[in-house]
Design a protein around this ligand. Structure first.
Ligand code: UGA
Length: 436
């Protein structure tokens, strides 16, 4: 099948690459000409494991192409996926201007039936609005459908997730739309054996919000438990392990730490709170999820303050800037909270994150980056761990202690074991476990 994907961010590019790998012919469209030029040169605008190879292979085999023209995209395929950004807008509501613009432009150029599929995370009822917009801007009397097909892939493992989804959700209003979607996903359903769920558009839109917010809630829950563990002398890792073995609870997303970040959870929880509010439900539970997430950062900052006493002129080595390992994405990353705080307190910062340094430097230019984590810690009064990269997990702890001016580690990801750190003579603070 021919498929157009509008938007070449994480979701759009991975979706387009994945569809082409499945044998479809895909045109990826973006209005950012610089990005499209990069992609035509086979340079990836984002870091995602395995993406480069899949894009290269499919471009070479002629199944994947790029364009800046939505008009061309509209002519190219019967099915058009919208995977443009939905950044936070006025008062936390998602800004849907890019989505609207795609709908409008497709309507203006289509001359026969088109299926417009929402892939970006959008508030419930966006499908309805999209239909109204399309109807208003259509130049010819042609039929169209709108569908919702939320994406559940994670950054860092996006391709693995795209080829092995837990489920595929499609929200449709006609059999024609359902058949087209089934046709597109047939190879993945056959290969992975996952379920393809058909529901109405509003339910599909809500499934995405409800899923992301639930995962964020799980993280905030375990982070709240971690605070009780600290007060009660318990170890949150052991508690979470004990909880997670209950199959009704599940092991995943129970890692206590510095709180969730990234381009999805903070924005999506906020958007879900606002859209619920708008349609008449005060989602207090999710407001508390947000408060706990913020409190986690503040709590760790208080530990740093307590340990260093005077922050001014102290050498602080920060290991990990990305919001999680496996990505160069620093959007809403905890590092963006700690770095300005520490700079304001006049700490002398040394930073390590070979993958995310470039993106971080675009936001905070002129800071000191060191390419080796051990070297980064050399002469430090305190090491702060914010991302659990394997390079940090594999650090030679004896060498780390020798390299530091004072052996103090504040671990926002519970990478090391307190007993081991105590044995080696570190002052070690982690999350929800006894300090040493
Ligand atoms: C998340 C969802 O997991 C995907 O299913 C969804 O498709 C995606 O958002 C999206 O809406 O596009 P992602 O933002 O890539 O994916 O990252 P996650 O792996 O979910 O991690 C989010 C944050 O939670 C990270 O900062 C991570 O460090 C933190 N986290 C995760 C914890 O603090 N504890 C955990 O146990 C798990």
């Amino acid at each position: 099948m021919n498929i157009t994907v509008v938007g070449t961010g994480y979701v759009g590019l991975v979706t387009g690459a994945c569809f082409s790998e499945m044998g479809h012919h895909v045109l990826c469209v973006d209005n950012d000409a610089r990005k499209i030029e990069m992609l035509k040169r086979l340079e990836m605008p984002i870091y995602e494991d395995g993406l480069q190879e899949v894009v290269e292979r499919n471009v070479e085999q002629g199944r994947l192409n790029f364009s800046t023209s939505i008009k061309e995209g509209t002519e190219y395929a019967e099915v058009i996926f919208i995977a443009v950004g939905t950044p936070p807008g006025y008062r936390g509501q998602a800004n849907l201007s890019y989505v609207e613009q795609v709908g409008r432009t497709v309507a203006e150029h289509m001359t026969s039936y088109r299926l417009l599929v929402e892939k970006s995370t959008v508030p419930v009822n966006t499908g309805e609005q999209l239909k109204r917009t399309m109807t208003k801007y259509l130049r010819e009397d042609v039929a169209f459908d709108v569908a919702s097909n939320p994406e559940f892939l994670r950054e860092g493992t996006a391709l693995v997730d795209a080829f092995n989804p837990d489920r595929i959700v499609i929200g449709v209003e006609s059999d024609r739309a359902a058949q087209l979607m089934e046709e597109i996903y047939k190879p993945i359903v056959e290969q992975s054996g996952c379920e393809l769920l058909r529901m109405n558009i509003a339910s599909a839109e809500l499934t995405k919000h409800a899923s992301n917010s639930f995962l964020a809630m799980k993280i905030s829950y375990v982070n709240a438990v971690s605070r009780v563990c600290e007060l009660a002398g318990a170890d949150v890792k052991q508690v979470a392990h004990g909880m997670g073995l209950d199959s009704r609870i599940g092991k995943q997303f129970l890692h206590a730490g510095v709180g969730y970040g990234g381009s999805c959870f903070p924005k999506d929880v906020d958007a879900f709170v606002h859209l619920s509010d708008q349609i008449g439900y005060d989602f207090q539970l999710l407001k508390e999820v947000q408060r706990i997430n913020q409190a986690q950062r503040e709590h760790l900052m208080a530990k740093i303050q307590h340990e260093l006493w005077v922050i001014q002129d102290k050498v602080v080595a920060i290991l990990g800037l990305a919001f999680k390992p496996g990505t160069d994405d620093v959007r809403e990353a905890p590092s963006l909270y700690f770095v300005p705080q520490l700079l304001e307190a006049k700490a002398n910062l040394r930073l390590w994150d070979n993958v995310a340094a470039k993106k971080f430097d675009e936001i905070h230019p002129g800071l000191t980056y060191i390419e080796d984590p051990l070297e980064c810690a050399r002469g430090a009064d305190l090491v702060l761990i914010l991302t659990d990269w394997p390079e940090i997990k594999n650090l030679d702890l004896k060498a780390l202690k020798e390299a530091m001016k004072a052996p103090v580690v504040i671990d926002g990801r519970n990478v090391f074991e307190p007993e081991k750190m105590e044995e080696l003579g570190f002052t070690y603070y982690s999350v929800g476990r006894p300090a040493t």
